[in-house]
Design a binder for this molecule. Structure first.
Ligand code: 6R9
Length: 653
């Protein structure tokens, strides 16, 4: 794959140097790059010392059987002890670990001492249910403190958890329970979403009727909404009954660094979902280090909020493990950004004095759509660092984020990583990097990444290709659960000796990395490769457009034709000239070849809960096919609305 141009992504020429006050007091300076370049493994061995090891590791990396890595293999530690106990023992028991904000407005702040008590009791409860080290536990929960407690309780007793998104269907849940052979499920009666209680337990009940999930023997249920729920005596147990009667002290055992910590499923393009396996010591080292470095976390004073769902890897690494390993004070919000009003997030920032905010480009663009006046009503002056993750952030949204949320003052860090990488890999450092809006820019210290061509050769500056990782890293996936061959085939077979991430990227003239989206999404138009990211970015740079999703639909003349689905900015009205105006705008930004054949204004785009646009479904619509699997959509009615609009609004040449 080559990319024809990056004209639009790179038209934003402004550069943002780190603010003097951030640079002066930054956790990590440019020295970190030098140290890691001089001795990569020594650098990671040093980072591992952030953790408490029951047995200090003498080995750093064992790469004798690539690509099966072992990091810190002779070290022993307990992950939950590192995230909770040691902060209490260091005298920080009264520090808030989590400010929980329920969607209906209820709130609860949990200190590290309280978290320790709850995690200890939950660990005893799981043991009482017969869970032993190595046994898998499925967690199907809303965004409430008990979810974090449940994850840490599993970690404490060495039982790998498999968190399944609370929005997944009974079938999706059943397949994941079966693949991991989980015998215990932790869930809740429900959670609050969009102003109403939304049930979860009935979905678990349904999942457990599937033959593959029939071996589950216990379902532990947190009471959150108080709804009436079906109950199976002998199998179902209330959390508040079982957990609350357990002893408040629990002695954690140390496990080898390579002991499995969790499995997290990502949907493969075909068939069975892939259970990404992460282990303990390397994962915790890199999540803790990156959280410290990329967000410049000062645990005594910062209030850190990652808006991701805990069922996404971002929730695992940057709500739970990284921040808690660092003794951070975090915010956990249960609901949607627009319940009961479009300013709910900013109200939360104001209420808790949030200093670091980590969210997804799609959320930022949604806020752009709602209008600048909404965040302007709140006091956001506490914010000092903003982060982005999940998709390429187009320069327009980057600038908006910095200006309207960050008072034109805060650094914005665009962090590239994946479920498979476990932790952030490519990102600016807020006190070091001169930021380029729209680019993730540089591999973090200790990380080796590059862009290669079809033959696996590194591309020259100014060229595009495939993003690859060229050296093992501590938080890398260890395998696909139960399927080493699929691990080899999926990630290590395309380029000899390199991990291929599935993303297209370009190196600019300075060697900085710009992400261009999944290579599967690249369009082929009359012999030219065009990235969906670039056309989307060009569309969003038009003042009337808030969001855009672009797909290539099969076309008899041009191989693929560019189809764009756009959402108008708050207040902008759809008129006859709009589609022509947008096509002309893209032609001007990127060249006539990138001009969309069809542009369809819509009210919403199909997205997963982690905020990724499901282009696959839009392609189905654009090609008049029946829709594929919609179970991972946040809101499946979106597709019906889009389909209903299709025939009339399309613009043809
Ligand atoms: C953490 C997470 C991974 C895919 C990844 C890429 C896209 C994530 C990005 C980004 C451009 C960024 N992605 N962060 N693309 N810039 N800063 O998102 O994990 O859900 O596994 O998705 O997301 O395409 O390959 P996951």
């Amino acid at each position: 794959m080559t990319n024809e141009s990056l004209a639009n992504l790179m038209t934003e020429k402004r550069r943002f140097a780190p603010p003097a006050e951030v640079a002066a007091d930054a956790n990590v300076t440019a020295d970190a790059y030098r140290a890691a370049d001089a001795d990569r493994l020594g650098f990671w061995a040093e980072q591992a010392r952030r953790l408490h090891w029951e047995t200090e590791p003498a080995q750093t990396l064992d790469w004798s059987n690539p690509p099966f890595a072992k990091w810190f293999a002779d070290g022993r530690l307990n992950v939950a002890y590192n995230c909770v106990d040691r902060h209490v023992l260091a005298g920080h028991g009264d520090r808030v670990a989590l400010h929980f904000e329920g969607e209906p407005g209820d709130s609860r702040s949990l200190t590290y001492a309280e978290l320790l008590r709850e995690v200890s009791q939950a660990a005893h409860a799981l043991t009482e249910l017969g869970v032993e080290a190595g046994d898998r536990v499925a967690i199907y929960m809303p965004m409430i403190p008990e979810t974090v407690v449940a994850m840490l309780a599993c970690a404490r007793i060495g039982a790998p958890h498999s968190v399944v998104f609370g929005a997944f269907s009974a079938d999706a849940l059943a397949t994941r329970i079966e693949d991991a052979d989980a015998r215990v499920v932790i869930t809740s009666d429900g959670g609050y979403r969009r102003g109403a209680p939304s049930p979860l337990k009935p979905t678990v009940d349904e999942a457990l009727t599937r033959p593959g999930a029939a071996r589950v023997r216990s379902v532990l249920v947190v009471r959150r909404t108080g709804q009436d729920i079906p109950w199976t005596e002998g199998r179902d147990l209330w959390w508040h009954e079982l957990v609350a009667r357990q002893p408040e002290q629990h002695t954690p055992l140390a496990f080898p660094a390579e002991h499995p910590l969790f499995i997290l499923y990502t949907s493969g393009t075909t068939g069975r979902p892939k259970g990404i396996l992460h282990t303990s010591g390397g994962y915790l080292t890199q999540t803790a280090y990156t959280h410290h470095a990329v967000f410049d976390l000062k645990p005594e004073t910062d209030v850190y909020w990652c808006t991701a769902d805990v069922g996404w890897v971002t929730g695992h690494s940057y709500i739970v493990y990284g921040p808690l390993a660092n003794g951070a004070t975090g915010v956990l919000y249960e609901g949607t950004p627009n319940t009961p009003h479009n300013g709910r997030w900013w109200e939360i920032v104001q209420k808790y004095g949030v200093t670091i905010l980590y969210t997804a480009p799609t959320a930022i663009r949604t806020c752009m759509k709602w209008g600048d006046d909404i965040p302007a009503k709140f006091d956001l002056s506490s914010l000092r660092i903003l982060g982005s993750v999940g998709e390429p952030i187009n320069p327009e949204a980057w600038i908006w984020y910095r200006k309207h949320i960050g008072a034109d003052r805060t650094p914005v860090v665009d962090t590239w990583w994946q479920t498979e990488t476990g932790a952030i890999m490519i990102s600016p450092l807020p006190g070091v990097t001169v930021a380029k809006p729209g680019a993730a820019q540089v591999p973090l210290p200790g990380i080796a990444a590059t862009v290669v061509d079809d033959d696996g050769a590194e591309v020259a500056h100014g060229s595009g290709g495939y993003l690859t990782l060229t050296e093992p890293w501590p938080s890398m996936l260890r395998t696909i659960w139960g399927d080493d061959q699929r691990y080899l085939d999926t990630y290590w077979s395309r380029f000899e000796g390199k991990y291929f991430a599935g993303d297209g990227a370009k190196k600019d003239e300075d060697g900085d990395i710009w992400l261009l989206g999944r290579v599967d999404d690249v369009m082929l138009v009359s012999g030219h490769n065009i990235s969906t990211t670039e056309v989307e970015s060009a569309l969003v740079s038009h003042p009337r457009i808030a969001e855009a999703a672009v797909v290539g639909a099969t076309d008899p003349q041009t191989t693929q034709a560019i189809c764009a689905f756009v959402i108008l900015r708050g207040g902008a009205a759809e008129d006859e000239g709009l589609v022509d105006e947008l096509r002309a705008h893209v032609a001007k930004e990127l060249g006539p070849i990138a001009k969309p054949k069809r542009i369809l204004p819509v009210d919403e785009l199909p997205k997963t809960r982690s905020g990724k646009i499901m282009r696959r479904l839009l392609r189905d619509v654009a090609e008049n096919r029946e829709l594929g699997d919609v179970t991972t959509l946040t809101d499946s009615s979106v597709m019906e609305l889009i389909q209903a609009k299709l025939p009339t609004a399309a613009s043809e040449d």
